[in-house]
Ligand binder design. Structure first.
Ligand SMILES: Cc1cc2nc3c(=O)[nH]c(=O)nc-3n(C[C@H](O)[C@H](O)[C@H](O)COP(=O)(O)O)c2cc1C
Length: 234
């Protein structure tokens, strides 16, 4: 069974705000597009790969997920990242890297711990490695800016998959920086494995996250805090 889009029926072409689309029942200046975007962004949660089962995304859905990635901000159009899909029949190679990385950094790791590290490669039906490209390039965009671009690309993939009804998670760890990892993914100088993106059908959801926008309010010049209830000025 294919995962049904969470927002089936509500996804429509995004229009610039117009008088007719700017009204909503609950918030006079919030458009349906904003409602949709906020709902998608704020209800998305990290779902452990253990809870991500088949089916994963279809080929067309995967294409859409990477169309979304390609829309990330990319100063200089250098595409400072790439993604490598690890299909099921190659997961054993990633599993060996995970297990080896643990054994190399902890000689006292138990068989159970090694086996658990190994099994992590097999959990979600869809898994891609996100790789940052931080080496010399023209124009020479700052590495921090390149990482922001990668973060945006990753988030675009997550939200696109979520809009299709899938659960998603990011997994990283010390294995990312190991030599076997570099070899498996043919990382060149300047490239760095950052994390895996896992996507699948959610077997069990975790409780909804409490709204917490006020924790992340931007600060205004002069120290005045943005207040969600009363729009401040400075
Ligand atoms: C690059 C990156 C790698 C991450 N790797 C892991 C990981 O290996 N394990 C993990 O539990 N969370 C990891 N996280 C955090 C989760 O993605 C998520 O933000 C966190 O679990 C909070 O869940 P929530 O978004 O549902 O609140 C990572 C986040 C980022 C940005």
């Amino acid at each position: 069974m294919r995962a049904a889009g969470l927002f089936a029926g509500t996804l429509r072409t995004m229009n610039c705000k117009t008088t007719s689309s700017a009204q909503s029942d609950t918030n006079a200046d919030r458009s349906q597009e904003t409602d949709f975007a906020l709902n998608l962004i704020s209800t998305h949660q990290n779902i452990s790969p253990r809870r991500l089962l088949a089916p994963g995304p279809s080929e067309n859905q995967i294409k859409d997920m990477f169309l979304a990635a390609a829309a990330a901000p990319d100063d200089g159009q250098i595409r400072p990242w790439r993604f490598v899909l690890v299909p099921q029949d190659k997961r054993h190679l990633l599993a060996e890297v995970f297990a080896q990385a643990l054994m190399d950094r902890d000689a006292s790791a138990t068989d159970a711990q090694i086996s658990s590290a190994h099994d992590k490669a097999f959990r979600a039906p869809f898994l891609v490695l996100a790789i940052a490209r931080l080496g010399p390039v023209e124009p020479n965009i700052d590495p921090l800016q390149r990482m922001v671009s990668l973060g945006a690309a990753i988030r675009n993939v997550l939200l696109c998959a979520y809009s299709m009804g899938f659960g998603t998670s990011l997994t990283s760890g010390k294995a990312m920086r190991t030599e076997p990892m570099r070899q498996l993914f043919h990382l060149s100088d300047g490239e760095q494995a950052v994390c895996c993106i896992n996507v699948g059908t959610v077997s069990k959801r975790k409780p909804a996250r409490a709204p917490g926008a006020d924790r992340f309010c931007p600060q205004f010049v002069g120290g005045m805090r943005f207040n969600l209830g009363t729009f401040g000025t400075f």
